[in-house]
Design a protein around this ligand. Structure first.
Ligand SMILES: Cc1ncc(COP(=O)(O)O)c(C=O)c1O
Length: 457
């Protein structure tokens, strides 16, 4: 296929770039199918396309852009690092900038430097989860892993094996063996069909019993890996008592507990890390996305006792991105100085309260959930019968139409969850109250339009 020739007259349209993208890039493209724009520039919570149209961005690089787009302090840091003459990357060799970043990041771990050390990985979340699992296997000498339905840990052979969603898995044979899935509590769609506190209690009991049952059929795993708030899985928050029990049981049986904070970390949930809501201390914490301030970086925090690596036991060329360490340092400072955890908490509470009001007006909004600025809105078909827990069946078609109508109303957001039925808000942590009001106004209009488009009413 020949690529559309460059005609300067066309350069100002989204269609021009999208057509060329579809001709030049693989079928694997995902976001452009749902958010069909070509971006010209971006600032804060706002993105401008090549036609000059402005969008309110509640996707924010899938939660990567904690400080929004092109935050002045982030841009300044990039300029300062370039001007300093540092190499752009240094493998895992150290620099004064890396030293400062490492110290600052460690200060956010429970117990700080005394308790944890850092490992810089290849720069993706998937490489971080891969490294964490390899470390757990190295430390314990065991081979299996427990992961949870609805979890998302990346797209490589190992991380995909630990991911719940079947659509990407079904296409690829021979993923990492030895992953045992267990049910993750879900307030709205309890996997045991029990619901409420009783559902959480049953799942909490089940986990402990499963690990301790000598007839479970599953040998003791090297690790348990989980997100304290499942993001891609549809914004599902782990109950505190369940998380505490998982910590207690894994500690008792010397199973490495890995918390994947790639998406929920860095103040998004209203605390620096989502596991902090349960007051637990993981053995390994996986960080990516916001840890590099918008530039590629992944880091593990490892409880010192579990640092079983031999030198070069897990390597990777791009472990020393100096620009990302500089911008990561700025993110840490800004989160602290501007108390962005509190902003995430307060703006999140406002958004959830407004969305719950909308759910009264639009019963197709079946459930609003999440913590801080990690919010999920489950779209249902309220014309059908409720299930045994009182929830209507999810409505994928309407959810897709809501996302499309949001795009038409210049609001960028993503879907997730089973069947893509959960609309997800991952706003930058710097979002203002006025911008939140705007998000709600645009979302409300979009839901009304999507209902007309799909149901004619
Ligand atoms: C919780 C979680 N873990 C791991 C990953 C994988 O990160 P990456 O896409 O950088 O490989 C993601 C990505 O969305 C994620 O949300």
């Amino acid at each position: 296929m020949s690529v559309t020739s460059v005609n300067p007259a066309n350069h100002s349209t989204n269609e021009y770039y999208l057509t060329r993208q579809s001709q030049m890039e693989s079928n694997v493209r995902s976001y452009p199918r749902k958010l069909p724009l070509a971006i010209a520039k971006a600032l804060g919570c706002w993105v401008t396309d090549v036609e000059g149209t402005e969008y309110l961005d509640c996707l924010a690089g899938a939660g990567t852009l904690a400080l929004g787009h092109n935050h002045p302090a982030v841009v300044q840091s990039i300029q300062d690092t370039l001007a300093s003459g540092l190499p752009l990357h240094t493998l895992d060799l150290t620099t004064p900038l890396k030293d400062a970043f490492t110290e600052a990041l460690l200060s956010h771990m429970p117990g700080g430097q005394e308790e944890y050390c850092l490992q810089f990985c290849g720069p993706t979340g998937a490489d971080g989860t891969e490294a964490a699992i390899k470390l757990a296997k190295t430390y314990t000498g065991r081979s299996s892993v427990i992961s949870f339905s609805g979890g998302y840990h990346g797209m490589t052979h190992g991380s995909l094996a630990m991911t719940g969603n079947l659509s990407a898995k079904n296409a690829v044979n021979g993923l990492m063996p030895g992953v045992q899935f267990m049910p993750y509590p879900h307030e709205y769609r309890c996997p045991l069909g029990i619901g409420g506190e009783a559902g959480v209690d049953a799942l909490t009991y089940y986990f402990e019993n499963f690990i301790e049952d000598v007839e479970s059929g599953v040998t003791k795993p090297a690790a348990v890996i989980l997100e304290a708030i499942q993001g891609e899985g549809g914004v599902v928050t782990a109950p505190i008592k369940w998380l505490k029990k998982i910590r207690e049981v894994t500690e008792k049986h010397n199973i490495v507990l890995i918390l994947d904070e790639v998406q929920a970390g860095f103040a998004r949930s209203g605390k620096m890390f989502a596991f902090e809501h349960a007051g637990i201390e993981p053995d390994v914490i996986v960080m990516s996305k916001a840890v590099g301030g918008g530039l590629p970086l992944a880091v593990l925090a490892i409880k010192r006792k579990f640092d079983a690596w031999q030198p070069a036991g897990h390597t990777g060329t791009f472990r020393g991105n100096q620009l990302a360490m500089g911008t990561g340092l700025v993110v840490l400072k800004t989160i602290k100085e501007q108390n962005l955890a509190q902003n995430a908490q307060e703006r999140g509470e406002f958004l959830q309260a407004e969305l719950k009001k909308l759910a009264v007006e639009f019963p197709c909004i079946g459930n609003v959930r999440g913590r801080g600025l990690m919010i999920g809105i489950e779209i249902v078909d309220e014309r059908q019968e409720k299930d045994r827990l009182g929830a209507y069946p999810a409505d994928s078609q309407l959810a897709a139409a809501v996302q499309a109508a949001c795009f038409d109303n210049k609001l960028l957001l993503e879907k997730g969850g089973r069947g893509g039925t959960v609309i997800r808000l991952l706003c930058p942590l710097i979002i203002t109250q006025e911008e939140c009001v705007e998000v709600i106004a645009r979302f409300k209009k979009a839901v009304a339009e999507a209902l007309v488009a799909v149901r004619g009413a």
